[in-house]
Design a protein around this ligand. Structure first.
Ligand code: NAD
Length: 549
């Protein structure tokens, strides 16, 4: 996994065993382990007071403590850290007791190998994460706070406020999965969340990422509700996610995983129920596999169960580039309001996947100079301008931007701070925070990604006069053309690319105008204005439908 570092405290008195364990950790392929080793309990406990660790590997028999007493003393010092016991004592009763008392695993030194050890650690960390963060993620908190802020401005009925604060339906699945070249079976976690079922079927992408959790998916589902409502589409918000790093998986693995995940959530999805689409880490091929798996189950082809699928399977022309195109339509509208000429603008784009690469492409077509782009491997900066064609060709050949020759290498953090006219984060959430907001130096911030800006950062940027095009408006082109695809699918009637782009342009620019006018008339920031627009329509629909029974 890229950037996946785990800090481990190893408490082990036998120097030969300690070296062996360090070596096994060093051989791990999916993880980088930073190991600190201590050879007695007292020094181990002292380390816990000095540094932050992700996990403890603990031998039970130490010169200054024996058996479970060792475990109890470490647990008392670090009650929130996962502890994996690594011992020479092959004693089933002791092992059962240790696990009962909260040890994440009890491993025998004589039987471990590198893959086993890495897997145990990974599961221990994942369990901890499930315990601590499933709902309680910073992203869900952000989505709820943004909602509450807008609700406050609009004096939203408290009954509605409480209903909208949590999703209506959530499904969490854990399913077995075998990698191509591994004998063992992994347990993979997946989610599907439907935030509001009032507006019609629910709609939202599926994300494959190693950090996905229920809170993140719930936040994304809530944003989808406001986004669909702001665009006046007949959908409530939904989202799905699978907690894997797709960059590590082969095509065959991704296909098997997608089909199994689809089978697990099949009761929730359907062309009239809930319609998935691509998000980070998934693409039109993923949608084709979902469509095929669903169709196999029901016994006939159902293209309208997903959107963002290949055109040959009933996908819409223009869907692939729709999110990036929509972002640029919004930038054009904002530039007009600010009397900025895009021909003379410089632009920085974070993330060079589906959304980011199309933003760069369409901005360049509008005459803007793309001076920096980045992906998960690196950032590339060239004040004279980067050729988007060359970047696309390079990524087509090498998958990532790393070592792209025509520019200076910079970090993702540096990239966000490059002075420019237009900054478009189009990768991950939580990128512009209280830590760097002061140093963001752009006129327009166009949020291609979902949730890239925290509330505190929002305030700083608004004070600095940055024109923010919030995610639920800026990146709504994807779901809008997904809606067109769904309509085409259910009617078996295909539209031309020109029709699609014209309708997209009309819907996005109208939503931009409504948001902008509300922000002016009610003296609120653009994000709050867009959220109020979204909430208002959902509220009206909820009041019309009433409460059952
Ligand atoms: P993608 O998987 O196609 O691309 C993601 C890009 O981000 C890749 O270039 C990846 O290398 C890069 N990246 C990953 N980690 C990074 C890091 N730490 N720093 C910098 N770059 C990093 O995903 P996408 O579909 O382009 O989605 C990107 C964002 O846009 C997500 O927030 C997603 O929710 C949002 N979004 C996507 C769509 C859509 O239609 N695909 C629609 C609306 C919103």
């Amino acid at each position: 996994m890229l950037n996946d570092r785990t800090t481990v405290l190893l408490i082990e008195d036998n120097p030969i065993h300690a070296k062996l364990i360090e070596k096994l950790l060093g051989q791990a392929t999916g993880h980088v382990f930073d190991v600190t080793t201590e050879d007695c309990l007292q020094l181990g406990l002292a380390q816990l007071g000095k540094a932050n660790f992700d996990l403890i590997l603990l031998d039970l028999v130490l010169p200054d403590s024996q058996d479970l007493e060792t475990f109890f003393r470490v647990r008392a010092e670090a009650p929130n850290l996962p502890i994996v016991i690594l011992t020479a004592t092959d004693d089933t009763t002791l092992a059962a007791k240790a696990v009962e008392e909260g040890a994440q695993a009890y491993l025998l030194k004589s039987k471990i190998n590198s893959a086993m050890l890495e897997r145990s650690i990974r599961y221990a960390l994942q369990r901890k994460q499930a315990q601590a963060r499933e709902w309680d993620s910073s992203m869900f908190w952000l989505a709820q706070q943004q909602f509450l802020k807008a609700a406050q401005y609009m004096s939203l009925d408290d009954n509605i406020r409480q209903r909208l604060l949590f999703p209506q339906r959530t499904q969490m699945v854990a399913f077995p999965f075998r990698r191509d070249k591994h004998e063992h079976v992994e347990t993979v976690f997946g989610y599907r969340v439907q935030h509001v079922l009032t507006m019609g079927p629910t709609k939202g992408g599926i994300r494959y990422h190693q950090d996905v959790n229920l809170g993140e998916v719930a936040a994304l589902a809530m944003w989808m509700t406001w986004k669909c409502s702001l665009m006046q589409l007949p959908f409530g918000g939904a989202k799905g996610g699978v907690r894997i790093d797709p960059t590590e998986f082969s095509r065959q693995e991704l296909q098997r995983l997608t089909r199994r995940y689809t089978s697990e959530i099949i009761g929730m999805i359907g062309p009239d129920k809930d319609i998935p689409a691509p998000d980070m880490g998934t693409d039109e091929q993923t949608m084709a596999w979902i469509m095929d798996t669903y169709s196999q189950q029901v016994g006939y082809g159902v293209p309208a169960v997903v959107t963002g699928k290949p055109v040959v399977l009933g996908g819409s022309l223009g869907r692939k580039e729709a999110t990036g195109r929509g972002v640029v339509y919004c930038i054009e509208a904002a530039a007009k309001q600010l009397s900025i000429n895009l021909n003379q603008c410089s632009a920085v784009v974070q993330g060079f996947g589906n959304v980011g690469s199309h933003i760069a492409r369409f901005l360049a077509e509008d005459g803007a100079k793309i001076i920096a782009v980045s992906d998960a491997t690196t950032g590339i900066y060239n004040p004279d301008g980067l050729s988007v064609g060359s970047l696309l060709q390079y990524v087509g050949e090498h998958r990532f931007l790393k070592d792209f020759p025509a520019g200076e290498e910079i970090s993702n953090q540096q990239l966000l701070e490059v002075p420019c006219d237009i900054l478009a984060p189009a990768a991950l959430q939580n990128q512009i925070t209280i830590q760097n907001a002061d140093r963001i130096n752009c006129k327009i911030l166009a949020e291609g990604a979902n949730g890239p800006t925290t509330l505190e950062a929002d305030e700083i940027l608004n004070e600095k006069g940055v024109f923010i095009i919030p995610d639920i408006l800026a990146n709504a082109g994807g779901v809008t053309v997904s809606y067109f695809e769904w309509v085409q699918g259910t009617q078996n009637y295909m539209w031309s690319l020109q029709e699609i782009n014209e309708r997209l342009h009309q819907i996005i620019t109208e939503a931009f105008q409504r948001t902008y006018l509300r922000s002016q008339s009610e003296q609120v920031d653009m994000r709050t204005a867009a959220t109020i627009e979204g909430i208002q329509r959902v509220t009206q629909a909820k009041l019309c439908r009433g409460v059952f029974p």
